[in-house]
Design a protein around this ligand. Structure first.
Ligand code: CMC
Length: 431
């Protein structure tokens, strides 16, 4: 953390407190309130953490006003165009772009850990056939700590490294098998001659009776979707992973907690909710009705895939995703896709509406991703598992950073208590 040359003064009644300030390499200055309670006996109040930096980090930076997203300093649009997912994984995990040799070694390492312990097959079979793949993923990833005992000691750097590689390598197999199980098809095992994205596509779409020939264009589009979701600073699921990990829990338990948090429709579940919404709208004529509903404070409906806590200009991931949607649909020969047509018209209608302009609501990463994933053949229930697969490297990078930080201590927020003060127990016959 940078030195703290600046400070702020806080007055409470007649007393004044000096609060140190930290200057980041980018972004707003940060007021350090760690000693505030000890000195002044007050808590700060920030539900939803709208003004709170929960940690220091060197991994990902977002400038929400300018629509900038940097991983280790590199802009996401450059990474999406010039790099690929495993290279971005290396960058997030180790801090710099790899040399050709480092990349080759890393890719080999990941490729050689893609198989799951064979006994996990029985674990899958315990789920109901109609289980949501996110439910299966949460369970299976949590259960990894029961299968990989040799990588659960968080105090051992080697074990942390092995757990990291295992999670990144096995997540496509875990997600693909969750899908296969839900549609009643046999599991397809990974193949070491395929790249990360191609392997995932094949494990989802091949059957023992007929192999699946991976279209390199679809594989590239899949890889780009992985890259665009790889990390996103201290979002809800990443903060969940950090909080779970702060107690010393093992990495598989922590990542399972992240997956559970990601599932919600305000977070990673928005991609499924968004495509379902676009289909429900159905035709451009119905767009005004849904815009009106999104603006109606008495209606809980929100435009899914719209708005973001941090981005108040545009989400740079959405820009790349929109281009990808056009490219993929054209290459697949899908002309006049009605869902894409509704999405584009809805985007225009919302951007032209003062409600969305005033509240700075723009399409986010989830607005166009579902259109691409559906064109590739995925059901909506697989959209959030694909997000979870992609984000695993971000969760792990943040987890590793946190464990290595000597300032790491258990996360323990306080509260503004508004309940009853102490009162005496009343016997049941007197209530
Ligand atoms: N449609 C209609 N109104 C909205 C929307 C929306 N999608 N998003 C925010 N608003 C309104 C909201 O009603 C509020 O109005 P008011 O100030 O009058 O009460 C104002 O905008 C601010 O909203 P907020 O809920 O206080 O903002 P937030 O930062 O807490 O929430 C959000 C951010 C992403 C949860 C929210 O914009 C939302 O629910 N969007 C739809 C779900 C979605 O697409 N989520 C994916 C986010 S990106 C991927 C990811 O992180 O996983």
């Amino acid at each position: 953390m940078a030195d703290a040359p600046k400070s702020a003064k806080l007055s409470i009644g007649d007393d004044t407190y000096d609060l140190p300030m930290h200057s980041p390499t980018a972004g707003p200055d940060v007021l350090d309130i760690r000693k505030l309670y000890g000195q002044a006996g007050v808590f700060t109040y920030d539900p939803g953490y709208t003004s709170t930096a929960s940690c220091d980090s060197t991994i990902t930076f977002i400038d929400g006003d300018k629509g900038v997203l940097l991983h280790r300093g590199y802009p996401i649009d450059q990474l999406a165009e010039k790099s690929h997912y495993l290279e971005v994984c290396y960058l997030l995990l180790y801090g710099d772009l790899p040399s050709a040799k480092q990349l080759e070694e890393f890719e080999n390492l990941v490729t050689n850990h893609t198989m799951l312990h064979e006994q996990m097959v029985y674990f899958y079979r315990g789920f109901r056939r109609d289980a949501h793949p996110m439910a299966i993923m949460t369970g299976v990833v949590g259960a990894m700590s029961a299968f990989y005992h040799d990588s659960t000691d968080i105090h051992d750097a080697h074990q942390r490294e092995v757990a990291s590689i295992r999670l990144i390598a096995k997540m496509p197999t875990i997600a693909a098998w969750a899908y296969k199980f839900s549609i009643g098809q046999p599991f397809i095992y990974p193949r070491n001659d395929l790249d990360y994205a191609s392997n995932f596509l094949r494990m989802c779409f091949a059957v023992p009776a007929e192999d699946y020939e991976v279209n390199p264009i679809l594989s590239r589009a899949m890889d780009r979707i992985f890259t665009l979701h790889a990390d996103h600073e201290q979002n809800a699921s990443t903060s969940t992973v950090r909080l779970a990990s702060s107690s010393g829990a093992n990495p598989f338990a922590c990542i399972a907690a992240g997956i559970a948090c990601l599932w919600g429709p305000a977070h990673g579940g928005a991609n499924q909710a968004c495509l379902e919404m676009l289909k429900e709208i159905g035709s451009v004529e119905r767009i005004p009705e849904f815009i009106a509903r999104a603006k109606d404070k008495n209606d809980p409906f929100r435009l899914m895939g719209f708005g973001h806590r941090v981005y108040k200009n545009f989400d740079p991931r959405a820009t790349v995703m929109k281009q990808s949607a056009d490219e993929v649909l054209e290459l697949l020969g899908v002309e006049n896709n009605p869902v894409l047509a509704v999405a584009k018209e809805l985007e225009q209608a919302a951007l032209a509406d003062p409600y969305f302009a005033e509240k700075k609501l723009f399409p986010n990463v989830d607005f166009y991703s579902g259109v691409i994933l559906e064109a590739m053949g995925f059901p909506t229930s697989m959209f959030t598992p694909i997000f979870a697969l992609s984000r695993t490297v971000g969760w792990i990078s943040q987890w590793k950073e946190m464990i290595a930080d000597p300032q790491n201590k258990i996360g323990r927020p306080r509260q503004l208590y508004l309940g009853e003060t102490q009162r005496d127990y009343v016997d049941i016959e007197r209530r």
